[in-house]
Each structure stands twice: as structure tokens, then as C-alpha cells.
Design a protein around this ligand. Structure first.
Ligand code: ADP
Ligand code: MG
Length: 351
């Protein structure tokens, strides 16, 4: 064959780069909801309300009662890499906020139409402004507002035809959004959450701020889950410094389900840990006579320097130091608890 001329290398347009990157941060409607709700939590909100139309493709609206956004910050709000949460790289080690990349809002403006209404404390009126491709579409307009921020994302993926098509054919994004908010609600129990379909009278998630986790789980997941839970705690220290601390609720032998529900927060971040989930399922299968899958809510606290939160833009996966040790410890704590409760049960049945 005749050797081909090498193709010319050129620099991609910034708008192309941004749209490609945005598609990675906002993979589906539920990713946008997660980012918006995390922003509301970072803004110290006590009430967060979500409205969704057409699985999030037509509309995602998140309203909060947080600290709002300063008018003078609105021009750069949706530019890539603008944030109020991080200044220098070293801050990442001890970051407490959910966000830090300054990418979420920007990403949404590259793959959807974004409108922001916000008011800060002591102001007589709020501002409303729309964004597209990282920039303001109009000057902020004065408008009536109560407290906090409302962000609307419309026509998500209007400019990504393949993505829109695949999502339109799958009807489960609203289910994913409800699932996400249920998880958030039982962890952030001092915040009230709601989630409803646009135009629906009833909310599908409706939590009330409480100081008792079990109350929150009952409200969100129902009585049949809450009455079959046991409290679980475990921790490990290494010559007086903390390795990990865990507390949560796990289902007992009366609980019946075909699928595992595993709600895991590590340093207040909702994450997945396949290894831990598998380890827990193994204990349940080995300890309980009937093979029910468990319900698990677990909050693990680690020294911040032991978690790398910056593995992926969605931050859903994290890398842990001492992961094997932690998994082992939690596994044996659960096994002990299950055996204890099983023994009492057998005893009660006999007497
Ligand atoms: P990040 O959360 O990583 O900083 P985002 O793009 O999600 O990046 O948000 C950019 C900035 O916009 C945040 O740092 C915050 O200052 C502000 N912001 C976004 N959403 C809200 C909100 N609901 N309330 C108050 N401020 C917000
Ligand atoms: Mg954010």
C-alpha cells in the first residue's frame, strides 16, 4: 500500500472542547440534579426542592433557601473553573464542601439552557439571569425572590443528539433522581428535601428536617424498612490517630428484599464502593437463613488526607487508604451484630 500522508493536527475550538468535557461531568439528568443539590447543600440550605419534567430532559429545577449568590459574581458564575470553594491545590486535602472544581454549572450551560434566580441576605430584590455556553445571555434583571437560589436547566442535551436519543428511550431517569434524593435525604437529616414531577400534586420524596436518622429513613423508605433496622457502629484507631469511624443502620433477619440497597457516605460524600458492598452481601448470605438482600445506610468518616476525592469529575468513586482493613472491620462488625440479633430472635421464638 502507498504510505498515507499524516493527517494535519489542529487545535480544537474551545466550544468543542467544552461541550465534550461537559458531556463527561453531566452524563445524564441525574448527574445535573446531583450537582445542583450539592451546590444547595454547600450554600447551607435547610430546604431543597426539586422539580423534574420529562425525566429531566425538558426541565430540572432546584430551589433552595441557602446564602444565595452575589450580584457581582453573576457574570462569571457559569464560566468553567470559577468557584468560591477552592483557591489553591493544597485546599483539596481538607476540603469540606461537595464542590471544588467550578465545573458543574459551566458544564450545564454547554449542554442545556440555564436560568438562575438568586437573592442574598438583606437585599430587597433578587436577580434573574440566563446562561449559554459559559456566558451570560443577558444582564441580570431585578426580580422578586424570597431567599436563596433557584436554578433551572432546560432542554438538557439539546445539542448532543445521540445522548438525547438514548436517554429518551430509557424512562428510568426520574427513578434515578428519586433514588438520589432519597439517599441524600437520609444522610442530611437536618435538611428537608422534596422531589416531584412537574405538575404533580404529590411529591415522590418528601423528607422533614429531624434530629433522628431513623425517623428520616422511615419517612423516605417507609415503615417496613425502618422497623427492621439495627444501629451499627465501628471504629479503628492506630496509635491514637483515627483510621476510620463508621455508623449506620443495617437490616435485620426480618427484612426481605430481592436487591441490596446500599447508601454509603464517605466523609459526607455519596459514593459507591463495590468491594464493601460485596463484602456485606457475603456476610448476609452466610449469616441469615433466608437469603434476603440487605438494606444498609452507612456513614464512614476518615481523615481527609486518606481519601482522594479527585479521582473522577463526577466524584462518585473515591480511593481510600486502608480500604482492605476498613472493609474487613466493617464486615466483622456486621457479622457480630447479625449473629447477636439472630440469637435473640431464636431465643424469643423458643420462649
Ligand atoms: P463548585 O461547586 O465546584 O464551586 P459549580 O459550578 O457547581 O462549582 O458552582 C460554581 C459556584 O457557584 C459555587 O462555587 C458557588 O459559589 C456558586 N453557587 C452555585 N450554586 C449555588 C447555590 N445553589 N447557592 C449559592 N451559591 C451557588
Ligand atoms: Mg458544585
Amino acid at each position: 500500500p502507498v504510505p498515507k500522508e499524516p493527517p494535519k493536527i489542529h487545535r480544537l475550538d474551545e466550544s468543542v472542547v467544552n461541550r465534550i468535557a461537559a458531556g463527561e461531568v453531566i452524563q445524564r439528568p441525574v448527574s445535573a440534579v446531583k450537582e445542583l443539590v450539592e451546590n444547595s447543600l454547600d450554600a447551607d440550605s435547610t430546604s431543597i426542592n426539586v422539580v423534574v419534567k420529562d425525566g429531566g430532559l425538558k426541565l430540572i429545577q432546584v430551589s433552595d433557601d441557602g446564602h444565595g449568590i452575589r450580584c457581582e459574581d453573576l457574570p462569571i458564575l457559569c464560566e468553567r473553573h470559577t468557584t468560591s470553594k477552592l483557591s489553591k491545590y493544597e485546599d483539596l486535602q481538607s476540603i469540606k464542601s461537595m464542590g471544588f472544581r467550578g465545573e458543574a454549572l459551566a458544564s450545564m450551560t454547554y449542554v442545556g439552557h440555564v436560568a438562575v434566580t438568586t437573592i442574598t441576605k438583606g437585599q430587597l430584590h433578587g436577580y434573574r439571569v440566563c446562561y449559554k455556553d459559559g456566558a451570560m445571555v443577558n444582564e441580570p434583571k431585578a426580580c422578586a425572590a424570597v431567599k436563596g437560589t433557584q436554578i433551572m436547566v432546560e432542554n438538557l442535551f439539546y445539542n448532543m443528539i445521540a445522548r438525547r436519543k438514548t436517554l429518551q428511550n430509557s424512562s428510568d431517569d426520574y427513578t434515578k433522581i428519586v433514588d438520589l434524593l432519597s439517599r441524600m435525604a437520609i444522610h442530611h437529616i437536618n435538611v428537608s428535601f422534596s422531589c416531584r414531577k412537574h405538575g404533580a400534586a404529590r411529591a415522590d420524596v418528601h423528607s422533614i428536617a429531624t434530629s433522628l436518622r431513623l425517623d428520616s429513613i422511615r419517612t423516605v423508605y417507609g415503615v417496613s424498612v425502618a422497623r427492621n433496622l439495627m444501629k451499627l457502629e465501628a471504629s479503628e484507631n492506630d496509635s491514637s490517630s483515627l483510621v476510620f469511624k463508621m455508623d449506620g443502620f443495617i437490616s435485620n433477619s426480618n427484612y426481605v428484599a430481592k436487591k441490596t440497597t446500599m447508601v454509603l457516605f464517605i466523609n459526607d460524600r455519596l459514593v459507591d464502593c463495590a468491594a464493601l458492598k460485596r463484602a456485606i452481601e457475603i456476610v448476609y448470605a452466610a449469616t441469615l437463613p433466608k437469603a434476603s438482600k440487605p438494606f444498609i445506610y452507612m456513614s464512614i468518616v476518615l481523615p481527609p488526607e486518606h481519601v482522594d476525592v479527585n479521582v473522577h469529575p463526577t466524584k462518585r468513586e473515591v480511593s481510600l487508604l486502608n480500604q482492605e482493613l476498613i472493609v474487613e472491620k466493617i464486615q466483622s462488625a456486621i457479622e457480630l451484630k447479625l449473629r447477636e440479633s439472630n440469637d435473640t430472635r431464636t431465643y424469643q421464638e423458643q420462649t
